[in-house]
Design a protein around this ligand. Structure first.
Ligand code: MG
Length: 379
C-alpha cells in the first residue's frame, strides 16, 4: 500500500513523448524494464566502482553496486510505504552515466571537455546519466533514448550545476531542471535512493578494501560504528574470525543504517505530514539518518577516503586510468574516423567524443587505448 506522500503512478508527470499508457501498476515497472534491457546497463558489469575490473573477479562493479542499491532501496521503500518500483528503476539507472575507471575517469573527461569546449556542459556523471536515458540509448523506432517517466528522470539527476540546470530548463519542457534553481527537493523515492547509494558503497568498499588487502581488518576498529559492531559480534560469537566476522559486522552495519533511516524518516514524515508527493517536494529533505548515524556515516566515509580511495596503490592505478582517458579524447578529436561512424558524424565533436568514451567499459577503453597508441598502461 502506498502512502499519500509516495509517487503515485496515476499522477505521474508522464513521459516526454506520449505513449499508450501502461496499466497503473506497470507505469514505473516499464521504466525499470527499459533500463534493464538497455545497452548502458549491460556495460555496468565491466565498469569500475573502486577497483579496476581486471584486478579481480569478486570486487563490486557498477552493476553489482546498482543491484545492491536497488535491494536496499526497495527494502526501505516497502517499510515507508513509498513506491518500490520507482525506487528500483532509479537505483538501477543511477550510475548509467559513469565513465570507465570510476571517478578518475570522470574527472579526466571533465578536464578534457572544459579545456576544449569552455562554454559547454563539462562532464557531470548525473547529467550524463540523464543523457543516456534521454538521448544516447537508441532502441526505439521513433525516438532517441528510453522515454522514461519524469519521476525516474528526476531521480537519476541527483546533482546538477546551476549552468546545466538552466540549460535543461531552456531545452526540456518537463521542468526537470527547475528544482536546482528553486532549491526544492526531488521525490521521497529519489531522496531514498541517494541514501541507499551511500549505505551500499560505504559497506561494500570496506568489504572490497579488506578483500584486496589494502585495508586490514584491525584498521576497521578506527571507525567507531565498526568498532562497536565488531565488539558486539565477537561477544556473541567468540570463536568467529576472519571473513565471517567481517561479514557479520558489515551485515549488522547495513541493518543498523536501514533501521535508523526507517525510524528517522518515519518520525520526520509524521512531523511534516506531507499529503502528496508534490507537497513533500516543497518540504525540507525528509528521508534521512538520525544525527548520530549521520556522524557514523561521515566517519566511515572519511576513513575510506584516507585509507582506501587515497591508498598509493589505488592512486597509482587511477593516475594511469586518467592518462588512458586523456589519450583517447585527444586521439578521437584529432581523428574522428577512429570512432564508429554514428559518433563521428554527430554535431559538436567534443561532446560526441565524451559521450563515446563515457559509454566505454574499462576493458574496452584499454583495448582502444592499445589499438590507437600502441602502448600498454595496464598489464
Ligand atoms: Mg552509486
Amino acid at each position: 500500500m502506498l502512502e499519500p506522500y509516495a509517487c503515485d503512478p496515476e499522477r505521474s508527470r508522464g513521459r516526454r513523448i506520449r505513449e499508450q499508457a501502461a496499466a497503473p501498476g506497470e507505469h514505473f515497472r516499464r521504466d525499470r524494464d527499459r533500463i534493464i534491457h538497455s545497452t548502458a546497463f549491460r556495460r555496468l558489469v565491466y565498469k569500475t566502482q573502486v577497483f579496476l575490473n581486471h584486478e579481480g573477479d569478486l570486487f563490486r562493479t557498477r552493476l553489482t553496486h546498482s543491484i545492491e542499491v536497488a535491494q536496499l532501496g526497495r527494502t526501505i521503500a516497502h517499510r515507508l510505504g513509498l513506491n518500490e518500483d520507482l525506487v528500483e528503476a532509479i537505483a538501477l539507472a543511477h550510475d548509467l552515466g559513469h565513465t570507465p575507471f570510476g571517478h578518475a575517469g570522470q574527472d579526466a573527461l571533465h578536464e578534457c571537455l572544459v579545456q576544449s569546449d569552455p562554454g559547454g556542459e563539462g562532464f557531470e556523471h548525473n547529467f550524463q546519466t540523464l543523457r543516456v536515458v534521454d538521448a544516447l540509448e537508441q532502441r526505439f523506432p521513433t525516438f532517441d533514448g528510453l522515454n522514461l517517466s519524469f519521476e525516474t528522470r528526476e531521480g537519476v539527476l541527483k546533482h546538477c550545476s546551476r549552468r546545466n540546470a538552466e540549460r535543461l530548463v531552456a531545452t526540456d519542457g518537463s521542468g526537470l531542471g527547475q528544482r536546482f534553481i528553486h532549491r526544492s527537493q526531488p521525490s521521497l523515492e529519489a531522496q531514498l535512493c541517494n541514501l541507499a547509494d551511500q549505505i551500499a558503497y560505504n559497506a561494500h568498499d570496506v568489504d572490497d578494501g579488506v578483500r584486496s588487502g589494502l585495508l586490514v581488518a584491525e584498521q576497521l576498529d578506527e571507525v567507531p560504528l565498526l568498532r562497536e559492531l565488531h565488539a558486539a559480534t565477537s561477544a556473541e560469537f567468540p570463536a568467529l574470525a576472519d571473513r565471517r566476522l567481517l561479514f557479520e559486522t558489515l551485515r549488522r552495519m547495513l541493518a543498523s543504517q536501514v533501521d535508523d533511516l526507517t525510524r528517522t524518516t518515519t518520525a520526520l514524515l509524521a512531523q511534516h505530514a506531507p499529503r502528496s508527493a508534490d507537497e513533500a517536494r516543497r518540504m525540507p529533505t525528509l528521508v534521512g539518518f538520525s544525527e548520530p548515524m549521520a556522524k557514523n556515516g561521515a566517519q566511515l566515509k572519511q576513513f575510506l577516503r584516507a585509507n582506501l580511495y587515497r591508498h598509493p596503490r589505488v592512486v597509482e592505478t587511477t593516475d594511469r586510468a586518467r592518462q588512458v582517458i586523456r589519450d583517447l579524447f585527444g586521439a578521437y578529436c584529432n581523428a574522428p574516423a577512429e570512432m564508429p561512424a554514428e559518433h563521428a558524424r554527430r554535431p559538436r565533436l567534443h561532446r560526441s567524443v565524451a559521450d563515446y568514451i563515457a559509454g566505454m567499459t574499462d576493458r574496452f577503453a584499454l583495448r582502444e587505448h592499445h589499438r590507437i597508441t600502441g602502448r600498454t598502461l595496464f598489464d
